[in-house]
Design a binder for this molecule. Structure first.
Ligand code: NAD
Length: 275
């Protein structure tokens, strides 16, 4: 349900401006375009480096001046690395207008309170992930205290165009970074390692990567669509004395579970350290 009743902010008419034109900005912008949320000519991005070919090809407006993006956009997405945020905030603060601007920050670890003090406008903290590019992202958002309740609907509308989206209390945002923000990297290592195993056992690399990735995708889809517990789905694949249970014994011995738990914990703690 699109908001076309003049409620601010409104994705039906306003421009979405990205400050920072890197991996996360690109994934979100291209996801917004391909899902039909906004046409490319209603997206603008800024960064000190020139734009990538990918952004040029998509027809996204580009400018080196962050202030120009602020002046032309109603929704401003801050997508620079966390250590760059203070410099961007200082630069754009004089141009922020409470009735015209909504800020969405995707920077890991940077708290709403920091933005609200400096910018005095509505701010939403979002932890997205790069599969937004293909419509399979995960995003968690938290509204700042200056946001009207209606902002929640607009943010949901935007983020659900690029995948799963949940509103969470801010104290969970670092954990979201630990699981889904950083998660695609963990899973890519899992996929690459599965493929390496198959290559070791004689399968051509290209086929091995395809099989590994589709197996991860299939297992995830099976779990999501059946609603079954992962342990139950695992048990269904393990016949007594069979191949899978023998492999699982190896994974348990190698500490796969603890390694993944440690990864989520470490990323979460690192995100807390930034804030
Ligand atoms: P990136 O390095 O790919 O992109 C950063 C962009 O910021 C680049 O385009 C760079 O040119 C630009 N930039 C640098 N200084 C600038 C300035 N002063 N003004 C405007 N632009 C400037 O990084 P990324 O992976 O896209 O991450 C961006 C943010 O997104 C980070 O804060 C990160 O915590 C968050 N995030 C990333 C992911 C991810 O998977 N990559 C997931 C969740 C959140």
């Amino acid at each position: 349900s699109k908001s076309s009743d003049g409620v601010f902010p409104d994705t039906d008419s306003g421009v979405i401006g990205f400050i920072g034109a890197g991996k996360m900005a690109t994934a979100l912008a291209l996801g917004f375009i391909s899902s039909g949320l906004v046409p490319a000519n209603r997206i603008i991005m800024s960064s000190p480096q020139s734009e990538s070919q990918e952004l040029k090809d998509a027809g996204i407006n580009f400018n080196r001046d962050n202030v120009h993006v602020v002046k032309t956009s109603s929704i401003i997405i801050i997508a620079v690395k966390p250590h760059i945020v203070p410099c961007v905030v200082q630069e754009i603060a004089p141009y922020m207008k409470r009735d015209c601007h909504l800020v969405m920050s995707v920077a890991a670890g940077i708290k709403l309170e920091y933005y609200e003090k400096a910018l005095k406008v509505g701010v939403v903290r979002v932890t997205p992930n790069t599969p937004a590019l293909v419509g399979e992202g995960v995003s968690a958002f938290t509204l700042g205290t200056h946001c009207k309740k209606s902002v929640s609907g607009v943010v949901k509308q935007m983020l659900s165009c690029v995948g799963l989206c949940e509103e969470v209390p801010e104290k969970l945002q670092d954990t979201v970074t630990g699981i889904s923000g950083s998660g695609p990297a963990y899973i890519c290592i899992v996929i690459e390692s599965l493929a390496d195993g198959a290559v070791k056992m004689g399968m051509p690399r290209e086929m091995a990567l395809k099989f590994a990735a589709q197996t991860v995708k299939g297992a995830a889809k099976l779990l999501l669509e059946t609603g079954k517990h992962p342990g139950e789905l695992k048990d269904e694949v393990c016949s007594p004395g069979g191949t899978t249970i023998a492999a699982i014994h190896q994974l348990e011995r190698a500490g796969l579970r603890a390694a993944l738990m440690d990864a989520v914990e470490t990323s979460t703690l690192k995100s807390r350290e930034i804030g």
